[in-house]
Design a binder for this molecule. Structure first.
Ligand code: PEP
Ligand code: MG
Length: 658
């Protein structure tokens, strides 16, 4: 018996939803299969189910055979049709912890690392600088016996293998039972536990043992086969699960060999961990407080190592590939997790430079915490809102920890980039509502989709353009694709019920763009009203980041509720100097009088019209420029959370000095 449906589970049957689906399926006696595109897999194996790569909005069939087939189909179809199935409560408001942090850290002013030229460059996976003794962690490769088993040895070898798998599961359960495990680490270990408990790995290995291979060889082969399947799927998240399969296979082999893994327990305080690869399992159990930094051959910004490093504030550079071998014998290593630079055995000047930066960062961090709760006020009574620039819900905590007075720029691009398809209206509404609730009564300014051909996303066809920065991006693309734009506007209207949502448009260069957006907003509100969906209005503002917007600022100010100056783009467009091109970096300078006058013209137009003028470009966090911006009349400065306390201090000092 079978029934088909469209999958509504948010983001499809990824790790956790797949595991829960399997748990549900296992509760029935019947054999149950899930079929997609003619391919059927057992619904009782989470690995097989993940590999089927079932995505939201795809059609699948549930097939069941047995005494309780009707009940099984009923329950499993119900699960597949529930958008929130498989998610914990907090996850409904916080999408998977991986891709968000894939966002490149905001550009920071990095000091030059002396003249030492022997630096390597890898993926800047977790920000911060570190220098310390190298701790090389290169566990020896594991090898099987290299002889075929006799027929009478096979049953015993299968028993030995099963006992090893059980031992690994018990070990992982013990780790999961620890109270001090963070939610993120727990999720990672739980994912490994799921793989260890899954039939796919064990049955693949048992088949190999039946063919005469010893248990260690069989485990290595089985893990490699399944890992290769994960690597082949067209999905970054599932690709990263290949490392997890290898990690589980390795644990099983170590138990079989009666060996302990090379432990990270003895890592000295402040050491830089050097490894080709560190299993998430090893890292989650390591004394993380002692690790000064991490440098790895494997791993990218979305790997588990990166997630753990970021959530524990450990600077990390990953993805060095084979170049990691040049660090095997290093005595000391310096790394910059903002730029991806790694320096082996730094010379005296580099060492002094890094040591100075590490010390300065620590001292500054300690002295700035006093400003967390400060509400900066100018002598004339104007409150200056120091808000955060963020791009995902996972950054809410860091922003609040820093003392953010709301969000001055929520970049919605990540929401679109991290999914394999365009995010649904519901999913967007939940995300924006979670933000609004987290910061209420402070405002949360959500920027509508600002994407162009330089950062393509699934679901939008971008033309090939000679100059993507001058092309079909931001508001231009959105107005041409009302299907995408209206979905976002409807989600924002719905979220506005839950807090102080404001909306701003990127890349505006013409008044007509604001007017057309208003028409669409009104259309969306009318639709929601007709559908009986709760919604509320929001303030509509614009980013001032094109010269055209500066020159028509007086007219724009009459049509919008606020300006937010995007100095990153404004500088590149005023100076005609690509913000990504190092050869013209000198010209790409916000302090150039041309850019500063553009900012002043904007501020004057906004103040004259009585609307709020804020800034969300990088310059907003620069203590040396803040006094000038406030004198021009800005009342809101939005920046990366790491800059907030420093900015509050600069405003406080400015007021004290007046
Ligand atoms: C800007 O251009 O200043 C800005 C804040 O937007 P983004 O850096 O996302 O282009
Ligand atoms: Mg911009």
């Amino acid at each position: 018996m079978e029934r088909s449906t469209i999958v509504r589970v948010h983001e499809g049957l990824h790790a956790r939803p797949a595991t829960r689906f399997v748990k549900l399926a296992k509760g029935f006696e019947s054999d149950v299969e899930l079929v997609k595109d003619g391919k059927a897999v057992s619904a009782k194996s989470s690995v097989k189910l993940m590999l089927l790569a079932v995505k939201e909005n795809q059609e699948v069939t549930v097939r069941a055979n047995g005494a309780d087939a009707i009940e099984a189909i009923e329950a499993l179809i119900g699960y597949l049709e529930n958008p929130k199935a498989g998610l914990d409560d907090e996850e409904i408001h916080a999408p998977a912890n991986d891709a968000s942090k894939a966002a490149a850290p905001e550009p920071q002013s990095t000091s030059t690392v002396s003249d030492q030229a022997n630096g390597l460059r890898g993926v800047a996976a977790s920000e911060g600088v570190a220098i310390g003794p190298a701790f090389a962690h290169f566990p020896p490769d594991i090898a099987g016996q290299g002889r075929m088993l006799q027929a009478d040895e096979i049953a015993g070898e299968i028993e030995r293998f099963r006992a090893a798998v059980a031992a690994v599961q018990v070990r992982m359960d013990k780790v999961l039972a620890q109270d001090n495990l963070s939610a993120g680490d727990r999720g990672i270990v739980a994912a490994l536990r799921d793989i260890a408990a899954d039939d796919s790995l064990t049955s693949e290995a048992e088949e190999a043992i039946k063919g005469g291979n010893d248990a260690v060889s069989a485990t290595i082969t089985a893990a490699s086969t399944i890992a290769a399947d994960f690597s082949a799927v067209d999905d970054h998240y599932l690709n990263a699960r290949a490392d997890d399969v290898h990690a589980v296979g390795r644990q099983i082999c170590l138990v079989l060999l009666g060996q302990d893994d090379v432990s990270l327990e003895n890592i000295p305080q402040g050491a830089i961990l050097i490894a080709d690869d560190i299993g998430a399992w090893d890292l989650a159990r390591a004394p993380l407080k002692r690790i000064g930094g991490v440098v790895c051959g494997h791993g990218g910004a979305t790997s588990h190592i990166a997630i753990i490093a970021r959530s524990h504030g450990i600077p990390a550079v990953l993805g060095l590939g084979d170049r990691i071998n040049t660090l095997r014998t290093a005595q000391e290593v310096a790394l910059d997790g903002n730029s991806g630079q790694v320096i082996i055995d730094p010379d005296a000047a580099t060492r002094a430079d890094f040591a100075g930066r590490v010390e300065a960062a620590a001292k500054e961090r300690a002295s700035l915490t006093a400003f967390k709760t400060v509400t900066p006020k100018l002598a004339d009574g104007r409150i200056i809102e120091v808000a955060a620039n963020i791009g995902s819900l996972e950054e809410i905590e860091a922003a609040q920890e820093a003392g953010a007075m709301g969000v001055g720029l929520f970049r919605t691009e990540l929401l679109f980039m991290r999914h394999m398809h365009l995010p649904s209206e519901d999913m967007q509404a939940e995300t924006y509502a979670a933000l609004a609730k987290a910061f209420a009564p402070y405002p949360v300014i959500v920027r509508t989709l600002d994407i162009g051909g330089d950062k393509p996303i699934a679901g939008i066809e971008f033309p090939d353009e000679e100059n993507p920065f001058l092309g079909w991006r931001g508001i231009r693309m959105c107005l041409d694709r009302p299907d995408i734009f209206k979905r976002q506007l409807r989600a924002l209207l719905r979220a506005a019920v839950h807090g102080n949502i404001k909306v701003m448009l990127p890349m505006v260069s013409d008044l007509g763009e604001v007017r057309q957006t208003r028409v669409l907003v009104d259309e969306c509100a009318a639709e929601l009203k007709a559908e009986g969906v709760p919604h509320a209005t929001f303030d509509l503002g614009v980013m001032i980041e094109t010269p055209a917007a500066v020159l028509i600022a007086p007219a724009l100010a009459k049509e919008v509720a606020f300006f937010s100056i995007g100095t990153n783009d404004l500088t590149q467009y005023i100076m005609a100097a690509d913000r990504l091109n190092p050869t013209v970096a000198k010209l790409n300078d916000v302090t150039n009088p041309a850019v500063m006058s553009a900012i002043e013209l904007t501020a004057r137009a906004g103040v004259a019209a009585g609307i709020m003028v804020g800034m969300c470009g990088e310059a907003a966090g620069r203590p040396d420029l803040i006094p000038a911006f406030l004198e021009m009349g800005l009342t809101e400065l939005s920046m990366s959370p790491a800059s907030i306390q420093r900015a509050k201090k600069a405003i406080t000092a400015m007021v004290a000095g007046t």
